[in-house]
Design a protein. Structure first.
Length: 228
């Protein structure tokens, strides 16, 4: 069940910015498997609990978290090689295992309802693989704007990717809502001056204006209510 905090907003809801991995598509599982494979090969302890800290943060920052459990130091050059290896494993999953069947439950009806209501939609993702993922799931050109890891200098929890998405939509931050599955993403949304709907792993985050297990149980009208 969705739970709201009844926060008062500054304007109308005019745009929704969606995180990609873990919100629109279940690629978060493939990130996990790729990091786990790398960690196993390197003899570094890694598990799903540590993996939760990687949600929404950049590739190199994710590697730094993984290397906290390493028994030796890695040079900057070695780190770049490890990150490239992990990305290679991840891209194998993208190329062979990801399709529109991996779009998460409730996503397409929610997106369609936003479009029908005249609410603009964008993607705001830390991932540099975002264009490939959108192509794999058949949603290239579906959104009014996209901003991703290729466009920004600062990854979530910095607000840059959401502010850029809002700018590309031409909508002020106070009239945008972000949908996120990561702690870092909820923090980024709040730092951008946007309300946040937390789903999946982030559901229940006290900084979010609304939480739900998935988009399946949320109607956009409920989100609009946060802005009235
Ligand atoms: P890449 P999001 C994030 O995407 C993932 O949640 C995070 O696990 C990943 O490390 C990051 O993208 C960078 O991804 O290695 O593909 O550039 O959740 O912001 O859509
Ligand atoms: Mg995510």
């Amino acid at each position: 069940m969705e739970q709201g905090m009844g926060m008062t907003g500054e304007g109308k809801l005019r745009a929704v910015i969606f995180d990609l991995d873990g919100v629109i598509v279940s690629t978060d599982e493939f990130h996990y498997r790729a990091w786990q494979k790398l960690a196993d090969e390197e003899g570094i302890y890694f598990d799903r609990t540590i993996n939760e800290r990687l949600r929404g943060v950049s590739r190199m920052e994710s590697l730094a978290i993984l290397l906290e459990s390493a028994v030796r130091d890695y040079t900057e050059g070695e780190k770049l090689v490890l990150a490239a290896r992990k990305n290679g494993y991840y891209r194998q999953f993208l190329d062979t295992a990801v399709s529109s069947a991996d779009i998460l439950p409730g996503v397409m009806p929610f997106l369609e309802a936003c479009k029908a209501a005249g609410i603009k939609i964008a993607v705001g993702s830390s991932s540099r693989n975002s264009p490939t993922i959108l192509e794999r799931i058949g949603l290239t050109d579906y959104f009014d704007a996209t901003a991703d890891g290729n466009d920004i200098a600062n990854s979530k929890p910095h607000p840059e990717v959401f502010l850029l998405a809002a700018e590309r939509l031409g909508v002020p931050p106070g009239e945008c809502m972000v949908v996120e599955d990561a702690e870092a993403g909820v923090a980024a949304a709040v730092a951008a001056g946007m309300k946040c709907l937390a789903v999946g792993s982030a559901a229940g985050d006290p900084r979010a204006a609304l939480s739900a297990a998935s988009l399946e149980t949320v109607r956009w009208q409920r989100c609009q209510g946060l802005f009235e």
